[in-house]
Every structure is written in structure tokens, then in C-alpha cells.
Write a protein that binds this ligand. Structure first.
Ligand SMILES: Cc1ncc(COP(=O)(O)O)c(C=O)c1O
Length: 352
């Protein structure tokens, strides 16, 4: 069965909006898109801002496809990975009928996006070691299964053999979306190699983390070309602004990738040192696997730590009120100085 048949019936039949850029054309006089003939006074150094951008800017898509080692037809650029999540649900889940699966505790936007669209959210809890319950996922009846690796906030990774079994069991039934927003921090563990074997595997990525471009709002989906085609029907006609495409394409050049990899190596070193120091403290009860640019820490009394750090102007993310994450705080890996200040402050709270 073609994986595109998993899409909502209406979407399968939908003729995408024929934007001026999609229709295209050739010539010198462009009067087909109700654009301004003049470049705005507030222009930037790049291309003409009075003109709509390409639907999927070629330089950007080529750059990401080359970086990810897939073909251009397997890549969709979006306004952050968050937009990819929303577009997948809108394209594949019939409101009031289909469901998505989340593996809690995990990133919050899968359920928020599903709920705003009227799609039921089923929860399959991570097991006692915070790993996915693969057999439950293989058996579940749903349209999209969301997994996140590194999982935000627990840092859990995926067992590729077990994931393959889920993909096999869900073939022709459900998409399995693996959110790899943080994958550059442990690049060798990407599930991307499974794309060739499973047309129901979808991977979401972003420039917001390792590429240091959260303000740019640029993310990507890697998937079978048919899934990308379905998503292309649903996403906005011009999802990537010209300046965004231009900056993002620079980040994906050989130089840009080198800078990104150096940053990742440096942040990973800072992270390892932080894990070492934290593990020596009596107030620290558990350190979750540190696989992304963050560490989830369980303290003996996180409310006391969170409050004391806040009073010193150190803002971390409190997870204590989330199920199974009592006394947990997530610390992002900032620069050496920020992490040192934070560790010193935490060490100062160690009870004598
Ligand atoms: C797991 C995960 N996925 C996706 C996102 C959102 O990425 P983007 O900034 O590309 O929308 C985040 C942001 O924190 C995240 O933690």
C-alpha cells in the first residue's frame, strides 16, 4: 500500500493552493503575484524582499538533503520543527476520529498540536527506565506515533532493532515520527538509516538547537517522498521567508557545518564536566542520560534548589509537577561561564 493512503481522505483528494511561485514561469515582467514592484525601504542585504519566496527554496533543500544524506524529494522545510509536527497531524489525522500516540514524559507540542486540531491523544508511558514501551507501540491502533530521541526532557534514546519492529508492525497503519531536534549532540544515534526500509518513518529536525538558530524558525522533515508530497499540500504556500532561507542555507555550507560541529563538541564537553560535578553532590539523587544540550537532574528537594537559584538570577526549567518527574529540574547547557556559575550556585546549596 502507498503510504500516502494513510493521509486524510480529503487531503488525498486536495489540489494544493496554486501559489504564483508554484505555478512558476519565465520572463522579465513579473505581474502574477500581486507583489510590489519596488523593494521595500526596510530591505536587508540579500534577495528582493518585495517578491514572494520559493515554496521550498532550492538552495536550502539541497543544503539540508546533502547534510542529511537523503534526496531532495525526501526533505520538507518548515517554520521550525513545531510546524512539521502540526502539519503531519493536520495531513494524516481525521479530527474526532483518528488519534496520535505520545510517550510521556516527553515534549509537549505533540499533544498541544493534536488537541488544537481535535485529534485524540493516547499516552503510552515510557517504561520504568524511561525507554519506550515498544511492544505496546507495535500493537496500538493510531495514526501517528510520536517518539523523541534524544527525548526532551529525559534524554532517552531509541533501540533501533526494537524501533524497526514497531515500524514493521505499523506498516500501512501508522506513521512513526521520530523527533530528532537534538540529534546533532549524539549524531551517530540517528534513526535516519531506517528511512530506506520503512516508508512510514518520518524524522523531524531543526536548526534551533545545535545550529544555534532558534530565532530563525527553520526546521525540516525527512521522510519518504510520498509523505513529503502529502505534507506539501497542507503546509502554508510560503513557509520559509527569504531571509530565513538565505541564513539557513549559509548554516548548511561546509563552513557552517564545521562551526556547528565545533559548537556541539564544545557543548558536549561542558555537559560531561557538569554531569561529573553534579554526580558528586549529595543533594543530586539522579542524573538522566545526558544526550542533548540539557541535563535533567532529580534533586532531594527541587523546590528549595529552584527557588534559591531563581533568587540568584539563574533560570532553569522546573519539571517537578510533571508526572514521574517529581523533584526534577532541567538545565540547558549554556556557555562555560553560565554553566560554572550555575554549578557553583548548586554546590553552594549542598547541605553540610
Ligand atoms: C523535542 C523538541 N522538538 C521540537 C522542538 C521545537 O523545535 P523548533 O524550534 O524547530 O520549532 C523542541 C524545542 O524545544 C523540542 O525540544
Amino acid at each position: 500500500m502507498s503510504v500516502s493512503l494513510l493521509a486524510r481522505k480529503k487531503i488525498q483528494a486536495l489540489v494544493p493552493y496554486q501559489s504564483a511561485r508554484r505555478i512558476g514561469g519565465s520572463g522579465e515582467v513579473w505581474l502574477n503575484a500581486n507583489e510590489s514592484p519596488e523593494v521595500s525601504d526596510f530591505n536587508y542585504d540579500g534577495d528582493q524582499l518585495n517578491r514572494y519566496p520559493e515554496f521550498q527554496p532550492a538552495a536550502l533543500i539541497n543544503g539540508y538533503a546533502a547534510y542529511a544524506g537523503v534526496s531532495q524529494s525526501q526533505v520538507l522545510a518548515s517554520r521550525g520543527a513545531d510546524e512539521a509536527i502540526e502539519v503531519l497531524i493536520r495531513a494524516f489525522c481525521e479530527p474526532n476520529q483518528d488519534s496520535v500516540v505520545i510517550c510521556s514524559p516527553t515534549y509537549g507540542m505533540y499533544s498541544v498540536s493534536a488537541e488544537t486540531i481535535g485529534v485524540e491523544v493516547k499516552t503510552v508511558e515510557l517504561d520504568s527506565d524511561f525507554n519506550p514501551d515498544y511492544s505496546a507501540l507495535a500493537a496500538i491502533d493510531s495514526k501517528i506515533i510520536f517518539l523523541c530521541a534524544p527525548n526532551n526532557p529525559t534524554g532517552s534514546m531509541l533501540d533501533h532493532a526494537k524501533l524497526s519492529k514497531v515500524l514493521e508492525a505499523q506498516r500501512d497503519k501508522a506513521l512513526v515520527v521520530v523527533d530528532e531536534a537534538y540529534i546533532e549532540f549524539c549524531a551517530e544515534q540517528s534513526v535516519q538509516g531506517l528511512l530506506t526500509d520503512f516508508d512510514n518513518l518520518v524524522i523531524t529536525r531543526t536548526l534551533s538547537k545545535a545550529f544555534a538558530l532558534a530565532g530563525l524558525r527553520c526546521g525540516f522533515t525527512l521522510a519518504n517522498a510520498e509523505v513529503i508530497e502529502v505534507m506539501s499540500k497542507v503546509i502554508a504556500p510560503y513557509p520559509i521567508a527569504r531571509p530565513v532561507a538565505e541564513i539557513a542555507a549559509k548554516a548548511l555550507t561546509t563552513d557552517g557545518l564545521k562551526i556547528m560541529r565545533e559548537r556541539v563538541a564544545s557543548l558536549n564537553t561542558i555537559r560531561s564536566q557538569a554531569v561529573d560535578e553534579l554526580s558528586r553532590l549529595k543533594i543530586v539523587k539522579q542524573i538522566f542520560p545526558a544526550t542533548g544540550n540539557y541535563i535533567l537532574i532529580r534533586f532531594d528537594d527541587s523546590a528549595r534548589i529552584f527557588k534559591a537559584l531563581g533568587e540568584q538570577g539563574i533560570v532553569l526549567r522546573d519539571f517537578a509537577n510533571k508526572p514521574r518527574l517529581d523533584n526534577c529540574i532541567r538545565m540547558s547547557i549554556g556557555n562555560q561561564q553560565e554553566v560554572s556559575i550555575t554549578l557553583k550556585a548548586i554546590q553552594g546549596l549542598e547541605r553540610s
